[in-house]
Design a protein around this ligand. Sequence first.
Ligand SMILES: [Cu+2]
Length: 134
Amino acid sequence: MEKRRSCVRRHAQALIAAVALCGAAQACELPAGTGLESAGFVLSYRTLPAAIALGEHFSLDYAVCPKAGAVMPATVKVDAWMPEHRHGMNYKASVAALGGGRFRAQGLLFHMPGRWEIVFEADGERLSHSLRLE
Ligand SMILES: [Cu+2]
């Protein structure tokens, strides 16, 4: 098991605003990763492997924390699409809840180079991140 880091040390590594992580009354740990935010949630994710390869399956590890007033969602879905081409992936990711707001999605595959958008959905809220695959 990964040793829990202090709030201060975690912020040195994560890209999330400190207020979102430490300001809330509830204790919710976000691991280091790409940080996303919506009205009710903060989320961090990383891909496995770190560099996505064209035409090869990859996984996503992600974790969500509710902001003050929001409730931890039972599940957080993830999908990806190419906005300029108006199409998604040829595969549907399978999501496993690992507990404590952590999830692992497996079976994602980007079959074309270009701009992809990874879209998480937590309680009807979208958290998306855009990346370019060469
Ligand atoms: Cu495309």
